[in-house]
Design a protein around this ligand. Structure first.
Ligand code: ZN
Length: 75
């Protein structure tokens, strides 16, 4: 994650991520440590809230989907 910020592919205050409290990946349910989730958060708030769900699931997914980031990472 630190790399994503340093490379400026993620904007701390303008990129939003939604935490609904749980995400199902390949049939396995991943949960945020906070029951019910954190709701809408900026990237900065994700870090401040230590939101494990967004950090581990939503951000990697978002990074993979972005053409700009794909180009940078040369995926
Ligand atoms: Zn959360």
């Amino acid at each position: 994650m630190a790399t994503a910020v340093e490379e400026k592919v993620v904007d701390l205050e303008h990129d939003h991520f939604y935490d609904s409290g749980k995400v199902t990946v390949d049939g396995a349910t991943m949960r945020c440590w906070k029951a019910g989730g954190h709701g809408d958060q900026t990237f900065l708030q994700v870090l401040q809230n230590s939101c494990n769900l967004v950090a581990e699931q939503e951000i990697p997914n978002t990074l993979k989907k972005s053409p700009k980031i794909k180009e940078k990472l040369m995926i």
